[in-house]
Design a protein around this ligand. Structure first.
Ligand code: NOJ
Length: 527
């Protein structure tokens, strides 16, 4: 790691504001040892790609020791690397390589639950009087046939499992192999915050905190309302009990200038914004556009509500349009390359921090996974398909037989082919990330959302005398658009590397296309 580079990076505590973070699902990024599962060495070998794309940081989905019941979100040792992914030495090499390239690293920290194989749970379940009994949530219920309450697990079925040995139920909001930790116990909080210190001392710049809203539990563990019965509760889990714990997490991060983005799956922008502040999380994911249908009205409504809620909280939103739990952007919008480009344009022009999911920049779709190859408990295999890097039979992996099938058409839609075409979606992503880096208005400016105009959504980003107009046409017909003033087109989603040199204040935006304009200051005379 270059000493100088590292020191410079440490000095910028606000680096995450307006940054572009790239999510890597390690199993699917690149395999170097031939076991068909991606590994840390594979990520290190592809850091050049991250540099070319221009991202500021990487978020790595979990790489800790795990029985893989939920592919790493069931951690049995928070302080070591699972052998599938490599070793701590491989990890140090990755950190050093990223930092030397000026890219920061966020790890995925899973605070709500451990693996049932974690020594803490193994001890906890030995007896009711074990010192670690209270590290998890055990209840009598009404005996082996009557659960303590009506909560359901996010993956279906009850959120309680009966333990024969000690004759009590334990809580798991996810799989039975993922028992929930009891954050009301201060020893749990200390142990989990120590995990953060361990990785920050190893050079990590921050964390993505998995379902962090769930660490707060209603102390009475009351039944959920009838309308949620049988449904996953985690996207209705607004429990202010989490806030003091989150404040403890933040204080731990502040000791070493670490940064945290929380996964909070609530559907209200007002509630989401409450999780961020200078004492709580630095950032919180806002999935509301991800959940919105392809419809200008819906996007406009979400954007208006989010801007309002986050401005009131004096915070910025954090946007993600896909991840390892959701259909890829391309698949979600009916395999439409045009729509995926519009989405990328809006995403990368938004105020706040932007998260990209590895592979979206190549226009990958979800894989079609036949029944006999399904491995995930919750139907998420498609978006986790391996990334094809080139046109060889192994597509840049050490085997042609990865853990999941390739995404559709890997001979044509792979990193090598797509990045070789100057008007491809890859170049749209690359140009947009570059614009975000060059323009203070895009990175840090305030947002002014214009009233909706049919299928056209327009917003401005502004700082000092720099102004950017973003126009997205969701419709099936070209639209005449009056810009707020004279402006020069600096990006067109259909022609990401050229062919849009135009200036003026009236423009035509083609169907399912987005454009970015830079305002020409009054008196400039070039318009
Ligand atoms: C959210 C993660 O994104 C998902 O992949 C995981 O299954 C659950 N949390 C449980 O940890």
């Amino acid at each position: 790691m270059s000493e100088g580079g590292q020191v410079d990076m440490k000095n910028d505590r606000d680096w995450w504001k307006g940054a572009v973070v790239y999510q890597i699902y390690p199993r699917s990024f690149c395999d170097t040892d031939g076991d068909g599962v991606g590994d840390l060495a594979g990520i290190t070998s592809r850091v050049d790609h991250l540099v070319d794309l221009g991202v500021d940081a990487v978020w790595l989905s979990p790489v800790f020791v795990s029985p893989m019941a939920d592919f790493g979100y069931d951690v049995s040792d928070y302080r070591n690397i699972d052998p599938t992914f490599g070793t701590l030495d491989d990890f140090d090499t990755l950190v050093a390589t990223l930092h030397a390239a000026g890219i920061r690293l966020l790890l995925d920290w899973v605070p709500n639950h451990t693996s049932a194989q974690h020594p803490w749970f193994q001890q906890s379940r030995t007896s009711r009087s074990n010192d670690r009994r209270d590290w998890y949530i055990w209840r009598d219920g009404g005996g082996p046939d009557v659960r303590p309450n009506n909560w359901s697990s996010a993956f279906g079925g009850p959120a309680w499992s009966w333990d024969d040995a000690t004759e009590q139920w334990y809580l798991h909001l996810f799989l039975a192999e993922q028992p929930d930790l009891n954050w009301a116990n201060p020893d749990v909080r200390h142990a989990m915050c120590d995990v953060l210190r361990f990785w920050m001392d190893r050079g990590v710049d921050g964390f993505r905190a998995d379902v962090v809203h769930c660490i707060g539990k209603d102390p009475g563990l009351s039944n959920c309302s009838r309308i949620y019965e049988g449904k996953s509760l985690i996207d209705h889990w607004y429990q202010p009990e989490a806030f003091p714990y989150i404040e403890e997490i933040r204080a731990t991060l502040d000791e070493r200038d670490g940064v945290v983005v929380g996964e909070v799956i609530l559907h209200s922008a007002e509630q989401l914004a409450e999780y961020t502040s200078t004492r709580r999380l630095h950032m919180v994911f806002n999935f509301l556009l991800l959940f919105a249908p392809w419809d200008a009205k819906a996007w406009h409504r979400v954007l208006a509500a989010s801007l309002h809620a986050f401005a009131r909280a004096d915070a910025c939103s954090t946007w993600a349009f896909s991840n390892h739990d959701q259909e890829r952007i391309m698949s979600r919008y009916g395999a439409s390359d045009a729509r995926a480009r519009v989405a990328a344009t809006v995403l990368l022009m938004l105020e706040g921090t932007v998260f990209l999911y590895a592979g979206d920049e190549f226009g990958l779709q979800d894989a079609d996974v036949p029944d006999e190859r399904i491995v995930d408990v919750d139907g998420r295999d498609g978006c986790r398909a391996p990334i094809p890097w080139d046109t060889t039979p192994t597509h840049g992996w050490a085997t042609s037989d990865p853990w999941l099938p390739w995404p559709p058409n890997p001979d044509e839609i792979n990193a090598e082919v797509v990045s070789g075409d100057a008007q491809s979606i890859y170049w749209a992503y690359r140009s947009l990330v570059a614009l975000r880096k060059e323009s203070t208005a895009i990175k840090h400016g305030v947002t002014r959302l214009h009233p909706l105009n049919g299928d056209v959504m327009m917003f401005e980003r502004e700082v000092d005398d720099e102004r950017i107009y973003v126009v997205a046409n969701f419709g099936k017909a070209a639209a005449d658009v009056a810009l707020p003033g004279e402006a020069e087109c600096i990006f067109d989603s259909a022609f990401p590397t050229g062919g849009f040199d135009e200036s003026g204040s009236d423009t035509v935006v083609e169907a399912e296309t987005a454009r970015v304009y830079q305002a020409i200051p009054l008196g400039d005379g070039t318009g």
